[in-house]
Design a binder for this molecule. Structure first.
Ligand code: NAI
Ligand code: A1CAB
Length: 270
C-alpha cells in the first residue's frame, strides 16, 4: 500500500541508526515509522531514540499496510521474522533486507511469489548522515525501487549499486569497518596517553585526525600513498612511526581482517 508507512522488523542498533538517520535527513516522518521487536528494552530504546516512532511486539502489526519493510534482525532470525511478516506482504510492498550474508533468493523464497526485494549493506554512521552502503536489486524490484533505495541511503550517507556476489565483501569492508576504525582510534589514543597526553585530548586529536585524513582522501581524490608522502619528511617523525607500523604488520592485518569478515558473511548466508 502506498501509505508511506515504513516498518522495521527488529528494533536494534542498525534499525535505530537507519530510522534515526532518515528522520534527521527528513526522508521519513517519525510517526510513519514502525518497528517490531520481542525485546521490550529494544522497543523502549527505539522509541526514545526516535520520538514519535512506534515500536510494537508483533511483526504483523508493524508491517501491515507498510509501503517499505526493512528486515533488520540478526541473520539467524531472518527466517522466523520473514514468516511473521509474509502474510502482510504483497506486490505493493518493497522489502529491504540489511541482514549480513542473507541472500535475496532465500528472502524471496520466504515471501509470496513476485515479492520486490532489495538487499542492502549499510553501516552505523548512517545515524549521522555519514553511512557507506551498497545495495542490489532482486529480480522483481523495479528501477523505481532502486531509485527509492538510492535516495534513502543517499540521504544517510553514500550508496553504490553492486552485484549481489559482492555484498559479502561490502559487509567485510564497510559494514563491519566502523568497528575496525574505532579500534584504530582507541589505539592511537592509548599511544597519545603513553607519550603523556591527557586521555580526553588524545581521543579528540585521534578521532579528528582519522576524520580529517578520510576527508582528504574523499575530497582531493588523491591516492592515499600520495597524501601520506606529503606528511612524511625525510629523516622526520612520520617515517619513524611508519617504520614501526610496518614492523607491526598493520597493513596485512587489515587486509586479513576484511577477508575474515567477508568469509563470515558468506558463512551466515549458507
Ligand atoms: N550493527 C551493524 O553495524 C550492522 C548490522 N547489519 C545487519 O543488521 C541486522 C541487525 O543487526 P543489529 O541491529 O546490529 O542487531 P541487534 O541485535 O541490535 O538488533 C536486532 C533486533 O532484532 C530483534 N529480533 C530478534 N528476533 C526477532 C523477530 N523474529 N522479529 C522481530 N525482531 C526480532 C532483537 O530482539 C534485536 O533487538 C543484522 O542482520 C546485521 O547483519 C548490517 C549492517 C551494519
Ligand atoms: O557484525 C555483524 O555481523 C554486523 C554486520 C555488519 C556489521 N555488523
Amino acid at each position: 500500500m502506498a501509505s508511506g508507512k515504513l516498518a522495521f522488523i527488529g528494533a536494534g542498533q542498525m534499525a535505530t541508526a537507519l530510522a534515526g538517520g532518515m528522520v534527521r535527513s527528513k526522508q521519513a516522518d517519525a510517526r510513519q515509522i514502525w518497528a517490531s521487536d520481542p525485546d521490550p528494552k529494544a522497543r523502549e530504546r527505539f522509541e526514545s531514540a526516535i520520538p514519535g516512532a512506534n515500536a510494537v511486539a508483533e511483526t504483523a502489526q508493524a508491517v501491515i499496510d507498510a509501503e517499505t519493510v526493512v528486515l533488520a534482525v540478526k541473520p539467524q532470525y531472518a527466517g522466523e521474522a520473514l514468516a511473521d511478516a509474509a502474510p502482510a506482504i504483497d506486490a505493493l510492498t518493497l522489502v529491504v533486507s540489511i541482514a549480513a550474508g542473507v541472500k535475496i533468493g532465500s528472502i524471496a523464497a520466504a515471501l509470496p511469489d513476485g515479492a520486490r526485494v532489495v538487499r542492502v549493506m549499510p553501516n552505523t554512521p548512517c545515524l549521522i548522515g555519514q553511512g557507506a552502503s551498497a545495495y542490489c536489486l532482486g529480480p522483481h524490484a523495479t528501477s523505481e525501487d532502486g531509485r527509492r533505495v538510492a535516495k534513502i541511503l543517499g540521504a544517510v550517507g553514500m550508496a553504490i549499486e553492486l552485484p549481489e556476489r559482492l555484498l559479502d565483501a561490502v559487509t567485510g569492508l564497510s559494514g563491519s569497518g566502523p568497528a575496525y576504525v574505532y579500534t584504530v582510534i582507541e589505539a592511537l589514543t592509548d599511544g597519545g596517553v603513553l607519550v603523556g597526553l591527557p586521555r580526553d585530548a588524545a581521543l579528540r586529536l585521534a578521532a579528528h585526525t582519522v576524520a580529517g585524513a578520510a576527508a582528504m582522501v574523499i575530497e582531493t581524490g588523491q591516492h592515499p600513498a600520495q597524501l601520506r608522502d606529503v606528511v612524511t619528511s625525510p629523516g622526520g617523525t612520520t617515517i619513524a612511526g611508519l617504520a614501526e607500523l610496518e614492523r607491526g604488520g598493520l597493513r596485512s592485518t587489515l587486509i586479513d581482517t576484511v577477508a575474515a569478515a567477508t568469509d563470515r558473511s558468506q558463512e551466515l548466508g549458507r
